[in-house]
Design a protein around this ligand. Sequence first.
Ligand SMILES: [Zn+2]
Length: 383
Amino acid sequence: MKNRSIYFSILFCMALIFFSSYLLFNMYQKNNHKKMINFQVQSHEARQAFVSPKYFSETITLGAIGDILIHDWVYNDAKTRTGYDFNPMLQHIKNVLQEPDLLLANQETILGGTEIGISSYPLFNSPQEVGDALLEAGIDIVSTANNHSLDKGEKGLIRSINYMDKIGLPHVGTFTTKEDQQSLVILNKNGIKIAYLSYTYGTNGIPTPKGKDYLVNLIDKQAMKEEIHRAKNAADVVVMSLHWGNEYQRFPTAEQKELAQFLTNEGIDILFGHHPHVLQPMEWMKSPNGHEALIVYSLGNFLSGQYRDYKDIGGMATIEVTKIIDEEGVKIKLNNPDFFPTYVSNQKLKNYRVVPLNDASKFGLQDAMNKYKDIQQHMLGNI
Ligand SMILES: [Zn+2]
Protein backbone atom coordinates (compact mmCIF):
# COMPACT_ATOMS: atom_id res chain seq x y z
CA MET A 1 0.00 0.00 0.00
CA LYS A 2 2.79 2.37 0.99
CA ASN A 3 4.73 1.54 -2.23
CA ARG A 4 1.65 2.24 -4.26
CA SER A 5 1.13 5.71 -2.82
CA ILE A 6 4.81 6.55 -3.51
CA TYR A 7 4.33 5.33 -7.07
CA PHE A 8 1.26 7.58 -7.55
CA SER A 9 3.05 10.56 -6.01
CA ILE A 10 5.93 10.17 -8.46
CA LEU A 11 3.51 9.86 -11.35
CA PHE A 12 1.63 12.96 -10.20
CA CYS A 13 4.87 14.98 -9.92
CA MET A 14 5.97 13.92 -13.39
CA ALA A 15 2.60 14.91 -14.83
CA LEU A 16 2.88 18.29 -13.07
CA ILE A 17 6.39 18.89 -14.43
CA PHE A 18 5.29 17.94 -17.92
CA PHE A 19 2.27 20.23 -17.78
CA SER A 20 4.29 23.21 -16.40
CA SER A 21 6.92 22.75 -19.11
CA TYR A 22 4.20 22.79 -21.73
CA LEU A 23 2.77 26.03 -20.32
CA LEU A 24 6.21 27.69 -20.12
CA PHE A 25 7.05 26.67 -23.68
CA ASN A 26 3.76 28.12 -24.90
CA MET A 27 4.36 31.41 -23.09
CA TYR A 28 7.86 31.67 -24.58
CA GLN A 29 6.45 31.14 -28.07
CA LYS A 30 3.87 33.86 -27.54
CA ASN A 31 6.48 36.31 -26.20
CA ASN A 32 8.68 35.68 -29.17
CA HIS A 33 5.79 36.36 -31.41
CA LYS A 34 5.04 39.60 -29.54
CA LYS A 35 8.66 40.75 -29.87
CA MET A 36 8.55 40.20 -33.59
CA ILE A 37 5.34 42.21 -33.98
CA ASN A 38 6.75 45.04 -31.86
CA PHE A 39 9.86 45.14 -33.98
CA GLN A 40 7.80 45.35 -37.14
CA VAL A 41 5.74 48.23 -35.77
CA GLN A 42 8.83 50.12 -34.64
CA SER A 43 10.50 49.83 -38.00
CA HIS A 44 7.42 51.12 -39.77
CA GLU A 45 8.10 54.83 -40.13
CA ALA A 46 4.54 55.99 -40.86
CA ARG A 47 3.35 54.22 -37.70
CA GLN A 48 6.10 55.75 -35.60
CA ALA A 49 4.91 59.27 -36.45
CA PHE A 50 1.41 58.24 -35.45
CA VAL A 51 2.48 56.98 -32.00
CA SER A 52 4.95 59.80 -31.22
CA PRO A 53 3.96 61.96 -28.21
CA LYS A 54 2.31 65.32 -28.85
CA TYR A 55 4.32 66.90 -26.08
CA PHE A 56 7.99 66.39 -25.29
CA SER A 57 10.22 68.27 -22.87
CA GLU A 58 13.75 67.32 -21.96
CA THR A 59 16.63 69.22 -20.35
CA ILE A 60 20.30 68.33 -20.55
CA THR A 61 23.46 70.16 -19.48
CA LEU A 62 26.21 70.84 -22.00
CA GLY A 63 29.70 71.70 -20.78
CA ALA A 64 33.14 72.54 -22.08
CA ILE A 65 36.66 72.82 -20.69
CA GLY A 66 39.74 74.52 -22.13
CA ASP A 67 42.98 73.46 -23.71
CA ILE A 68 44.59 70.11 -23.06
CA LEU A 69 48.15 71.24 -23.83
CA ILE A 70 50.69 68.61 -22.87
CA HIS A 71 54.13 70.13 -22.26
CA ASP A 72 57.18 67.97 -21.46
CA TRP A 73 56.86 68.62 -17.72
CA VAL A 74 53.36 67.23 -17.84
CA TYR A 75 54.11 64.09 -19.88
CA ASN A 76 57.29 63.40 -17.94
CA ASP A 77 55.22 63.48 -14.75
CA ALA A 78 52.79 60.97 -16.29
CA LYS A 79 55.54 58.51 -17.27
CA THR A 80 55.25 54.99 -15.87
CA ARG A 81 57.43 51.90 -16.35
CA THR A 82 55.34 50.75 -19.28
CA GLY A 83 53.92 53.96 -20.78
CA TYR A 84 52.03 56.99 -19.51
CA ASP A 85 49.20 57.45 -17.03
CA PHE A 86 47.38 60.80 -16.98
CA ASN A 87 44.48 59.58 -14.83
CA PRO A 88 45.90 60.88 -11.51
CA MET A 89 46.05 64.41 -12.99
CA LEU A 90 42.28 64.45 -13.36
CA GLN A 91 41.32 62.46 -10.26
CA HIS A 92 40.40 65.49 -8.10
CA ILE A 93 38.15 66.98 -10.76
CA LYS A 94 36.57 63.83 -12.17
CA ASN A 95 33.31 64.15 -10.19
CA VAL A 96 32.88 67.70 -11.53
CA LEU A 97 33.59 66.63 -15.12
CA GLN A 98 30.99 63.88 -14.89
CA GLU A 99 28.16 66.29 -14.05
CA PRO A 100 27.31 67.62 -17.55
CA ASP A 101 25.46 65.26 -19.89
CA LEU A 102 27.90 66.10 -22.68
CA LEU A 103 31.33 67.61 -22.13
CA LEU A 104 33.71 69.00 -24.75
CA ALA A 105 37.47 69.57 -24.32
CA ASN A 106 39.93 71.19 -26.73
CA GLN A 107 42.66 68.66 -27.49
CA GLU A 108 45.31 71.19 -28.46
CA THR A 109 48.18 68.73 -28.92
CA ILE A 110 47.92 65.76 -31.26
CA LEU A 111 47.83 62.22 -29.86
CA GLY A 112 50.44 60.88 -32.28
CA GLY A 113 51.97 58.55 -29.69
CA THR A 114 55.51 57.40 -28.93
CA GLU A 115 56.15 55.75 -32.33
CA ILE A 116 56.65 59.16 -33.97
CA GLY A 117 58.42 60.67 -30.94
CA ILE A 118 56.79 62.49 -28.04
CA SER A 119 57.57 66.22 -28.06
CA SER A 120 56.77 69.55 -26.41
CA TYR A 121 56.69 73.21 -27.53
CA PRO A 122 56.90 74.39 -30.28
CA LEU A 123 56.00 71.22 -32.23
CA PHE A 124 53.92 69.12 -29.87
CA ASN A 125 53.16 65.40 -30.05
CA SER A 126 51.51 63.80 -27.02
CA PRO A 127 51.24 60.27 -25.65
CA GLN A 128 48.03 58.58 -26.78
CA GLU A 129 47.21 57.77 -23.16
CA VAL A 130 45.99 61.39 -22.83
CA GLY A 131 42.92 60.30 -24.83
CA ASP A 132 42.28 57.36 -22.49
CA ALA A 133 42.43 59.67 -19.45
CA LEU A 134 39.99 62.14 -21.01
CA LEU A 135 37.49 59.38 -21.75
CA GLU A 136 37.92 57.95 -18.26
CA ALA A 137 37.35 61.38 -16.67
CA GLY A 138 34.07 61.99 -18.52
CA ILE A 139 34.93 63.96 -21.66
CA ASP A 140 32.46 63.08 -24.43
CA ILE A 141 34.00 64.87 -27.42
CA VAL A 142 37.16 66.81 -28.29
CA SER A 143 37.70 69.67 -30.74
CA THR A 144 40.92 69.24 -32.70
CA ALA A 145 41.12 72.21 -35.11
CA ASN A 146 43.83 74.41 -33.60
CA ASN A 147 47.22 75.97 -34.28
CA HIS A 148 49.03 72.73 -33.34
CA SER A 149 46.96 70.37 -35.53
CA LEU A 150 49.75 70.06 -38.13
CA ASP A 151 52.73 70.03 -35.70
CA LYS A 152 53.66 66.54 -36.98
CA GLY A 153 52.23 66.96 -40.45
CA GLU A 154 49.50 64.92 -42.05
CA LYS A 155 50.93 61.72 -40.56
CA GLY A 156 50.63 62.94 -36.96
CA LEU A 157 47.16 64.32 -37.55
CA ILE A 158 45.93 61.02 -38.99
CA ARG A 159 47.59 58.95 -36.24
CA SER A 160 45.79 61.10 -33.68
CA ILE A 161 42.42 60.68 -35.40
CA ASN A 162 42.90 56.92 -35.77
CA TYR A 163 43.68 56.58 -32.08
CA MET A 164 40.60 58.53 -31.00
CA ASP A 165 38.49 56.39 -33.33
CA LYS A 166 40.05 53.26 -31.85
CA ILE A 167 39.17 54.17 -28.25
CA GLY A 168 35.76 55.64 -29.17
CA LEU A 169 36.45 59.29 -28.35
CA PRO A 170 34.36 61.46 -30.70
CA HIS A 171 36.29 64.35 -32.30
CA VAL A 172 35.68 67.25 -34.65
CA GLY A 173 37.83 69.78 -36.50
CA THR A 174 40.44 67.60 -38.25
CA PHE A 175 39.64 64.95 -40.84
CA THR A 176 41.21 62.20 -42.93
CA THR A 177 39.12 62.66 -46.09
CA LYS A 178 36.91 65.24 -47.80
CA GLU A 179 33.82 63.07 -47.13
CA ASP A 180 34.77 62.91 -43.47
CA GLN A 181 34.98 66.70 -43.29
CA GLN A 182 31.59 67.06 -44.94
CA SER A 183 29.82 64.70 -42.49
CA LEU A 184 28.37 66.46 -39.47
CA VAL A 185 29.41 65.32 -35.99
CA ILE A 186 26.17 64.99 -34.03
CA LEU A 187 25.80 63.57 -30.52
CA ASN A 188 22.34 62.50 -29.41
CA LYS A 189 21.48 62.75 -25.71
CA ASN A 190 18.01 61.96 -24.34
CA GLY A 191 16.34 62.86 -27.62
CA ILE A 192 18.30 66.11 -28.11
CA LYS A 193 20.68 66.21 -31.07
CA ILE A 194 23.77 68.39 -30.69
CA ALA A 195 25.94 69.22 -33.71
CA TYR A 196 29.56 70.04 -32.89
CA LEU A 197 31.64 72.22 -35.25
CA SER A 198 35.30 73.22 -34.84
CA TYR A 199 37.51 75.75 -36.65
CA THR A 200 40.91 77.40 -36.09
CA TYR A 201 42.42 80.73 -37.18
CA GLY A 202 45.52 78.92 -38.50
CA THR A 203 48.20 76.27 -38.01
CA ASN A 204 51.26 78.29 -36.88
CA GLY A 205 52.36 78.90 -40.46
CA ILE A 206 52.60 75.18 -41.27
CA PRO A 207 50.89 74.91 -44.67
CA THR A 208 48.19 72.33 -45.29
CA PRO A 209 49.50 69.78 -47.86
CA LYS A 210 48.39 70.65 -51.41
CA GLY A 211 44.90 69.43 -52.27
CA LYS A 212 44.24 68.37 -48.65
CA ASP A 213 42.35 71.36 -47.28
CA TYR A 214 40.02 68.90 -45.54
CA LEU A 215 42.68 68.00 -42.94
CA VAL A 216 41.98 71.04 -40.71
CA ASN A 217 38.94 73.35 -40.63
CA LEU A 218 40.22 76.91 -41.02
CA ILE A 219 38.07 79.92 -40.09
CA ASP A 220 36.25 80.95 -43.27
CA LYS A 221 32.92 82.73 -42.92
CA GLN A 222 31.41 81.21 -46.05
CA ALA A 223 32.35 77.63 -45.09
CA MET A 224 31.18 78.15 -41.50
CA LYS A 225 27.87 79.65 -42.62
CA GLU A 226 27.25 76.72 -44.94
CA GLU A 227 28.04 74.15 -42.22
CA ILE A 228 25.96 75.96 -39.57
CA HIS A 229 22.93 75.89 -41.88
CA ARG A 230 23.42 72.18 -42.58
CA ALA A 231 23.83 71.52 -38.85
CA LYS A 232 20.66 73.45 -38.02
CA ASN A 233 18.71 71.24 -40.41
CA ALA A 234 20.11 68.03 -38.97
CA ALA A 235 20.31 68.81 -35.22
CA ASP A 236 18.49 70.69 -32.44
CA VAL A 237 21.51 72.58 -31.09
CA VAL A 238 24.64 73.89 -32.85
CA VAL A 239 27.82 74.15 -30.76
CA MET A 240 30.81 75.95 -32.30
CA SER A 241 34.29 75.36 -30.89
CA LEU A 242 36.63 78.12 -32.05
CA HIS A 243 40.38 78.46 -31.81
CA TRP A 244 40.88 82.23 -31.92
CA GLY A 245 41.86 85.46 -30.16
CA ASN A 246 45.13 86.78 -28.80
CA GLU A 247 47.25 84.70 -26.47
CA TYR A 248 47.42 85.82 -22.81
CA GLN A 249 44.72 88.51 -23.23
CA ARG A 250 41.90 88.30 -20.70
CA PHE A 251 39.32 90.07 -22.87
CA PRO A 252 38.15 89.35 -26.41
CA THR A 253 39.31 91.46 -29.36
CA ALA A 254 36.96 93.42 -31.62
CA GLU A 255 37.60 90.72 -34.24
CA GLN A 256 36.38 87.96 -31.88
CA LYS A 257 33.25 89.97 -31.06
CA GLU A 258 32.53 90.57 -34.74
CA LEU A 259 32.92 86.87 -35.60
CA ALA A 260 30.77 85.82 -32.62
CA GLN A 261 28.03 88.18 -33.86
CA PHE A 262 28.29 86.77 -37.40
CA LEU A 263 27.99 83.18 -36.13
CA THR A 264 25.07 84.11 -33.85
CA ASN A 265 23.30 85.71 -36.81
CA GLU A 266 23.83 82.50 -38.79
CA GLY A 267 22.22 80.51 -35.97
CA ILE A 268 24.77 78.93 -33.62
CA ASP A 269 23.45 78.33 -30.09
CA ILE A 270 26.69 78.07 -28.11
CA LEU A 271 30.28 79.13 -28.82
CA PHE A 272 33.15 77.66 -26.79
CA GLY A 273 36.39 79.58 -27.44
CA HIS A 274 39.95 78.33 -27.00
CA HIS A 275 43.56 79.41 -27.55
CA PRO A 276 44.32 82.54 -25.45
CA HIS A 277 45.54 80.26 -22.55
CA VAL A 278 43.65 82.49 -20.11
CA LEU A 279 39.95 82.83 -19.38
CA GLN A 280 37.86 85.37 -21.31
CA PRO A 281 34.29 86.21 -20.16
CA MET A 282 30.95 84.65 -21.07
CA GLU A 283 28.10 86.69 -22.53
CA TRP A 284 24.77 86.42 -24.33
CA MET A 285 24.63 87.61 -27.89
CA LYS A 286 21.51 88.36 -29.92
CA SER A 287 20.92 88.34 -33.67
CA PRO A 288 18.74 91.02 -35.33
CA ASN A 289 15.93 88.46 -35.61
CA GLY A 290 16.03 87.70 -31.88
CA HIS A 291 18.05 84.46 -31.86
CA GLU A 292 20.20 84.23 -28.73
CA ALA A 293 23.54 82.45 -28.32
CA LEU A 294 25.85 81.89 -25.37
CA ILE A 295 29.41 83.00 -26.13
CA VAL A 296 32.31 81.78 -23.97
CA TYR A 297 35.23 83.72 -25.45
CA SER A 298 38.00 81.61 -23.94
CA LEU A 299 38.12 78.65 -21.57
CA GLY A 300 41.85 79.04 -20.82
CA ASN A 301 44.14 76.09 -20.14
CA PHE A 302 42.56 73.08 -18.48
CA LEU A 303 45.67 70.89 -18.26
CA SER A 304 49.02 72.36 -19.30
CA GLY A 305 52.54 73.06 -18.10
CA GLN A 306 52.03 76.85 -18.27
CA TYR A 307 51.92 78.82 -15.04
CA ARG A 308 51.51 82.33 -13.56
CA ASP A 309 49.44 85.26 -14.88
CA TYR A 310 46.21 83.27 -14.97
CA LYS A 311 47.68 80.59 -17.30
CA ASP A 312 47.22 77.89 -14.64
CA ILE A 313 43.57 78.81 -14.07
CA GLY A 314 40.88 77.27 -16.27
CA GLY A 315 37.49 75.78 -15.74
CA MET A 316 34.29 74.28 -17.00
CA ALA A 317 31.47 76.32 -18.54
CA THR A 318 27.99 74.78 -18.50
CA ILE A 319 24.58 75.61 -19.91
CA GLU A 320 21.21 73.88 -19.64
CA VAL A 321 19.51 73.07 -22.93
CA THR A 322 15.78 72.38 -22.98
CA LYS A 323 13.99 70.96 -26.00
CA ILE A 324 10.24 71.32 -26.10
CA ILE A 325 7.95 69.83 -28.74
CA ASP A 326 4.34 71.02 -28.67
CA GLU A 327 1.59 71.98 -31.12
CA GLU A 328 3.70 74.91 -32.30
CA GLY A 329 6.71 72.75 -33.18
CA VAL A 330 10.21 72.35 -31.71
CA LYS A 331 11.69 74.97 -29.38
CA ILE A 332 15.17 75.12 -27.85
CA LYS A 333 15.80 77.13 -24.70
CA LEU A 334 19.12 77.87 -23.02
CA ASN A 335 19.16 78.51 -19.27
CA ASN A 336 21.45 78.90 -16.26
CA PRO A 337 24.89 79.49 -17.77
CA ASP A 338 27.50 78.73 -15.14
CA PHE A 339 31.22 78.41 -14.61
CA PHE A 340 33.35 76.17 -12.38
CA PRO A 341 36.94 77.49 -12.02
CA THR A 342 39.87 75.08 -11.81
CA TYR A 343 43.58 75.35 -11.06
CA VAL A 344 46.56 73.26 -12.24
CA SER A 345 48.73 72.53 -9.23
CA ASN A 346 52.20 71.01 -9.21
CA GLN A 347 55.13 70.67 -6.84
CA LYS A 348 58.32 71.67 -8.65
CA LEU A 349 56.97 70.38 -11.98
CA LYS A 350 55.83 67.10 -10.42
CA ASN A 351 52.41 65.84 -9.31
CA TYR A 352 50.39 67.81 -11.81
CA ARG A 353 46.78 67.87 -10.61
CA VAL A 354 43.75 69.77 -11.88
CA VAL A 355 41.78 70.83 -8.78
CA PRO A 356 38.74 73.03 -8.01
CA LEU A 357 40.01 76.61 -7.59
CA ASN A 358 37.97 77.10 -4.40
CA ASP A 359 39.81 74.12 -2.92
CA ALA A 360 43.25 75.00 -4.30
CA SER A 361 44.72 76.28 -1.00
CA LYS A 362 45.06 72.61 -0.02
CA PHE A 363 47.27 72.20 -3.07
CA GLY A 364 49.56 75.13 -2.28
CA LEU A 365 47.80 78.07 -3.98
CA GLN A 366 47.86 81.22 -1.87
CA ASP A 367 44.71 83.32 -1.54
CA ALA A 368 42.68 80.71 -3.44
CA MET A 369 39.26 81.91 -2.22
CA ASN A 370 39.82 85.49 -3.41
CA LYS A 371 41.13 84.23 -6.75
CA TYR A 372 38.02 82.08 -7.05
CA LYS A 373 35.75 85.10 -6.45
CA ASP A 374 37.71 87.21 -8.98
CA ILE A 375 37.41 84.51 -11.63
CA GLN A 376 33.68 84.06 -11.08
CA GLN A 377 33.20 87.82 -11.46
CA HIS A 378 35.41 87.82 -14.58
CA MET A 379 33.52 84.96 -16.24
CA LEU A 380 29.94 85.53 -15.09
CA GLY A 381 29.89 89.31 -14.49
CA ASN A 382 28.18 90.05 -17.82
CA ILE A 383 25.42 87.45 -17.75
ZN1 LIG B 1 46.24 77.32 -29.46
